[in-house]
Design a protein around this ligand. Sequence first.
Ligand code: HEC
Ligand code: HEC
Ligand code: HEC
Ligand code: HEC
Ligand code: HEC
Ligand code: HEC
Ligand code: HEC
Ligand code: HEC
Length: 406
Amino acid sequence: MREVWALILAMLFLMAPVSAADYAGSDACKTCHKDIWEDFIKTGHPYKLRPVDEARQGNEEYGIRKVTELPEGVSWDDVTYVIGGVWWKTRFVNKTGYIITGDAVQYNLETGEWVPYHSGEVKPYDCGKCHTTGYSEEGHQDGLPGIVGTWAFPGIECEECHGPAAEHVSNPTEVKPKVDTSSELCGKCHIRGSADMIPASNGFIKHHEQYNELMASPHKDLSCITCHDPHKSVKNPMVEDAIKMECKQCHSDVAKEFEESAMAKAGIACIDCHMPFATKSAVKRAEFKGDIRTHLFAINTDPNAPMFTEDGKYTAGGYVTLDFACLYCHTDKDKEWAAKYAAKAHKFEEEKPATPTPTPTPVKTETPTPTPTPTPTPKPKTPGFETVFAITGILAALYVLRRFRY
Ligand code: HEC
Ligand code: HEC
Ligand code: HEC
Ligand code: HEC
Ligand code: HEC
Ligand code: HEC
Ligand code: HEC
Ligand code: HEC
């Protein structure tokens, strides 16, 4: 009976509306969790959605660029919020809360190009669920009709992952914030549609689908934070060790085998084949190369395996094909070529000429000799016949050498 009441109480507690006053803001965490704050402030998370003045200011001390670009014909006074503009692309929210649409309104950071975004459409800003902290679908933030819902803070702050923590700030030892270590925490936002499909378009996996991909991959039982430090950026060049668990720590046999290959020696890493750029956010860098690494990990070595469904709207399976895994580097080759070498797990050697080389190979070979070797008998302590014979031989050789020196 007590359990039932506890459950009801817990449910009531969970249903109680969270008010903005329950949130303390990330700056409040800085004094006591300085190291975590210093890492977190270098990730893209808190900058995802910014009031226009903050975006223009940037945070260069922590490797976050200033947003300086504006679509043609738009002035800073026409903009209320800037969306992104941190690592891949920038979009803008207008005075009434709608996303600015048109033929050249999205800025791609890598190429400096302006590209179309929902040209001719009216586009409300309904992205708050994944771009803000303490989001609610009700109402309109700042009273702007184009913005769907309200939030405690724009951008993904500490308390989006840890829950409202004002009480913890005033009573840190008694009240502990939530710590969720599951992939579902990250998968709330790093997802598209339902997780059992991986949406694609224009020959690439769509972006923000890391959760969909992971669930289709051989790593579905790992958590995002098995590999990732949740407070560290993988994009910011100022940050190291964002990946706290490397591939080789779990796959040491494979890593050892790969080390010997020509490609490893040329500086190619596990992720270059197993997490290639099959995903696109802003820029198609080359044929079979978008601008985000996939989390599918498995490679299908069948040259005829399709990457996408026939209509191109989804991936065909939980794997990448050889064009995405290999041909974005080996641009002059085809899938059949790749298949020949891909099957020879991790050695990746071009076939050497089939004719035997005429010169004898040096004695130091690792291949076992075909004749059976007798099992070695324990060596006698006293010099045996062979030793005496060898010493005599050496002495004789020395004698001959001395003779010939003069
Ligand atoms: C006045 C100091 C102080 C402030 C301010 C503070 N914390 Fe803490 N926090 C602590 C202490 C102390 C602990 C407990 C450490 C322990 O016992 O392991 C802690 C623990 C935590 C934990 C881990 C809880 C657990 O179960 O392991 C999280 C998460 C956390 N704080 C988040 C935050 C966030 C988010 C903020 C800002 C909104 C914040 N803290 C502000 C002192 C503070
Ligand atoms: C509330 C939504 C949300 C949650 C929860 C969330 N993310 Fe993100 N994440 C985003 C958005 C939006 C971006 C893009 C922001 C940017 O970098 O411009 C992003 C960017 C990233 C990046 C790339 C940017 C960088 O600086 O490295 C990584 C890595 C990442 N998230 C990992 C995680 C992990 C791991 C978790 C779970 C512990 C997580 N995220 C939880 C929304 C979220
Ligand atoms: C994207 C989600 C996310 C954000 C944003 C985030 N955290 Fe965390 N945090 C986590 C996860 C997940 C863990 C558990 C890590 C683990 O167990 O390996 C964690 C662990 C912690 C812990 C306890 C364990 C430790 O590493 O010491 C503290 C304290 C903490 N976070 C504080 C903060 C503070 C302060 C901020 C903002 C400055 C913040 N977090 C921002 C996801 C997040
Ligand atoms: C389901 C969660 C989700 C929704 C909904 C969502 N996004 Fe995102 N968005 C993300 C995540 C996660 C990332 C970063 C990871 C990635 O791109 O793979 C991102 C990245 C971005 C970026 C690039 C950020 C940068 O710094 O370069 C822009 C711009 C963006 N989103 C705009 C939008 C707009 C506009 C909407 C609404 C029309 C929207 N997003 C809706 C999750 C979401
Ligand atoms: C097996 C380890 C592993 C797991 C599990 C994992 N990641 Fe990653 N993730 C990586 C590695 C490695 C990178 C590439 C880092 C680099 O570029 O140096 C990466 C990169 C990323 C990026 C940036 C991609 C890009 O190219 O810009 C995002 C976002 C991300 N991970 C989110 C997630 C989320 C969310 C989850 C859980 C759903 C997750 N990861 C699970 C290892 C992992
Ligand atoms: C925390 C441990 C861990 C880490 C880190 C890890 N893996 Fe795995 N990996 C596993 C497990 C467990 C499996 C599933 C069991 C299996 O098939 O061996 C797996 C399976 C795989 C498979 C499929 C194996 C098969 O037989 O089809 C590939 C490919 C792979 N991992 C590559 C990688 C790469 C690349 C990285 C680094 C980005 C990585 N793994 C990081 C634990 C890990
Ligand atoms: C040049 C591309 C390439 C690189 C680099 C690479 N792999 Fe692979 N890996 C492959 C291909 C192709 C397969 C599929 C072969 C098969 O079907 O068995 C594979 C298979 C695997 C498998 C599953 C089969 C097995 O042998 O257990 C694991 C695990 C794996 N790789 C891990 C790694 C790790 C860890 C690294 C880095 C040390 C790495 N790979 C580097 C291409 C690569
Ligand atoms: C990130 C770029 C990159 C990717 C991805 C890549 N390679 Fe390579 N590959 C290289 C480089 C660099 C070399 C070394 C060039 C050299 O030394 O001749 C190389 C060399 C090779 C060689 C010749 C080795 C020798 O004996 O000279 C083969 C075969 C090969 N790669 C096959 C593959 C296959 C199959 C895949 C996909 C499973 C793949 N590569 C993915 C960059 C890449």
